[in-house]
Design a protein around this ligand. Structure first.
Ligand code: CA
Length: 263
């Protein structure tokens, strides 16, 4: 009987492993990783496919990393890193990691879809960076709706973090940010730790608010289809951080209302 129980338990484990393992060479997993094994994807703050090779290198360096090598990209892919955007990687090569074959991405293939070494380094693509110590935060988000948390949430974030989330929804839509939880080191003028919202795709223009403390900020609605969130923590005192949800709003109804109001 004990043996039978053991066998059944073993069957169960095999099934579990199977559900999350490779099936026909494809990682059977419904959640694709946004970063893995120190590799992550970035696009220009101007949008998709805007980086020359030189600019791509600068993006990785700015965050303390460097361009990923083919081997690093493939190692990340093997544990679930899946991105449908071609980017520069080491030595002027361009490609992207595909875990699950699909009709709209990767020509139905699985693997690092490799465009090879580009002769023209002025071509514009995204980039794949490598930084094994990178804090898990930030990224380029194009989903219609998503919950974003400070790194480690609901545990306290660490000192000296900087995260940028570039959010881009469809042209003609707006982005609504709704705060679910907020507790960031309190400080006059929020100069120590803060979350900033920019009504633009970078942190140069359109600062819409800087937040710290434990008051839940009000909802924010963008004027266009892009926003940037910047979270920064200084070298001492941490807190549980924040959680917020952004949603893409169709502004069609809104503009129809506006038209009615116009003379
Ligand atoms: Ca702090």
């Amino acid at each position: 009987m004990r043996l039978l129980s053991f066998i059944c338990a073993a069957c169960f484990i095999v099934e579990e492993v199977h559900a999350w393992g490779f099936k026909n060479g494809v990682l059977h997993n419904s959640i694709w990783l946004e970063q893995a094994a120190g590799v992550y994807h970035r696009e220009s703050r101007k949008g998709r496919y805007q980086l020359t090779y030189k600019e791509a290198k600068a993006v990785c360096k700015y965050e303390g990393g460097r361009l990923a090598t083919y081997k690093e990209l493939e190692a990340a892919r093997q544990i679930g890193f899946h991105v449908c955007s071609a980017g520069w990687f080491d030595k002027g090569r361009v490609g992207y990691p595909i875990v699950k074959a699909g009709p709209n991405c990767g020509f139905g293939k699985v693997g690092v879809i490799d465009y090879g070494y580009r002769l023209n380094k002025s071509e514009r693509w995204d980039v794949y960076c490598y930084n094994p110590t990178v804090k898990e935060c930030g990224g380029v988000l194009t989903d219609q709706q998503k919950i974003i948390s400070s790194p480690g949430y609901p545990d306290e974030y660490e000192d000296e973090q900087i995260c940028y989330w570039h959010i881009r929804v469809r042209y003609g839509q707006k982005v609504r940010v709704h705060f679910l939880d907020f507790d960031v080191e309190d400080d006059t003028d929020c100069l120590a730790d803060y979350l900033e919202i920019y009504d633009s795709y970078d942190d140069l223009f359109g600062l819409a608010g800087r937040f710290c403390g434990d008051n839940l900020p009000e909802d924010f609605i963008s004027t266009g289809n892009v926003i940037t969130l910047k979270f920064l923590s200084d070298s001492s005192v941490t807190a549980p951080g924040f959680q917020l949800e952004y949603t893409a709003l169709n502004s069609t109804l809104l503009s129809q209302d506006t038209k009615i109001l116009l003379p």
